[in-house]
Design a protein around this ligand. Structure first.
Ligand code: ADE
Ligand code: ZN
Length: 324
């Protein structure tokens, strides 16, 4: 089964580039940039990755991102992820980045996106892996700040496929960002949003009805509302589910209780993704394997999950045919 999973052509649709910062690279970049980390060693960093909820994780994750300073740092981060993804038969990846995490520290938007974009181009040339970039707004910040970020991104329109919404979910509903997402739609960007990770099913309705999302990131709380599940099935809305993330952040107490298989059997377009692999203990193969073993997914179901991702991706029809 592990060999089957490894060989399965995969598309990753829910991956935060800042969440691929392995402790080893964190130390290398801290040294390169003369930054003192709060931890004495790589092992101590890994030890600190014990989370009781999303906010616990986000606090450590935003602190870790402070080592990213130069265009080369963003290049190295992205390049390392793409090599890892390629080694796990990931053929296509749609990558989130959080510009506000960096611009708030005085790092120019251009530094962030130039480094990431150059790595994406090199990886396409050298490994054949294709990618798209999705700019995420931090929902714990204001709608005005999100709009300013959108305006900063406009000159890079051609490098950005879509926009999303992430960070602390509870208390920051999609309705807070209606104007920003309306503008993003006018600019021709694709729309996604994290919803129903820790927050209620109501936030999934809002993401669909108020933001006009084409996919829901996480969405696991949708099973609290059978009417919502009916809608997801009827409209073929894909969920980018992240099994190891959900366990690490205690959305489910154990993998055996994850609702991914239930939703798949209800006809929801479920996909499997790694979210923040450096923090949650695994990339695509490890996420597929953990879910397969705990839930007893068969090869047909694994194949279905993989096809769901290619079908829900933002690639052209021509590229989709090549990939699948
Ligand atoms: N940013 C990075 N990972 C996230 C997650 N799982 N939920 C919300 N925001 C995030
Ligand atoms: Zn996420």
């Amino acid at each position: 089964m592990e060999a089957f999973i490894h060989g399965l052509p995969k598309a990753e649709l829910h991956l935060h580039i800042e969440g691929t910062l392995e402790p080893e690279l964190m130390f290398d970049l801290a040294k390169r940039n003369g930054i003192k980390l709060a931890y004495p060693s790589v092992e101590a960093v890994r030890q600190a990755y014990q989370f009781s909820n999303l906010q616990d994780f986000l606090d450590i994750y935003y602190a870790g991102a402070a080592v990213l300073q130069t265009e080369q740092d963003f290049y190295d981060l992205t390049w390392a992820y793409l090599q890892k993804a390629h080694s796990q038969t990931v053929r296509h990846t749609e990558i989130f980045f959080d510009p506000q995490t960096h611009t708030a520290r005085g790092i120019p938007f251009s530094t962030v996106i130039n480094g990431i974009h150059r790595a994406l181009q090199d990886a396409h040339q050298q490994m054949g892996i294709t990618s798209q970039l999705i700019l995420c707004f931090l929902r714990h910040l204001s709608a005005e700040e999100a709009m300013r970020t959108l305006e900063e991104a406009l000159p890079y329109n051609a490098w950005i496929a879509g926009v999303g919404l992430d960070s602390s979910e509870k208390g920051h509903p999609p309705s807070k960002f209606v104007d920003v997402f309306q503008r993003a739609r006018q600019e021709g960007w694709r729309i996604v949003a994290h919803a129903g990770e820790e927050g209620p099913a109501q936030y999934v309705w809002e993401a669909l009805d108020l933001l006009g999302v084409q996919r829901i990131d996480h969405g696991v709380r949708s099973t609290d509302d059978p009417r919502l599940i009916d809608r997801l099935v009827r409209e073929g809305v894909a969920l980018t589910v992240c099994p190891l993330s959900n366990i690490k952040l205690r959305v489910f107490d154990r993998m055996e209780h994850h609702n991914l298989k239930t939703m798949l059997e209800q006809g929801v377009r479920v996909t499997i993704n790694s979210d923040d692999p450096a923090y949650f203990g695994g990339y695509m193969d490890e996420n597929f394997t953990a879910a397969q073993q705990a839930l007893g997914l068969n090869k047909d179901q694994l194949g279905q999950i993989s096809r769901n991702a290619f079908e829900a991706s933002f690639v052209s029809e021509a590229r989709r045919k090549e990939l699948m």
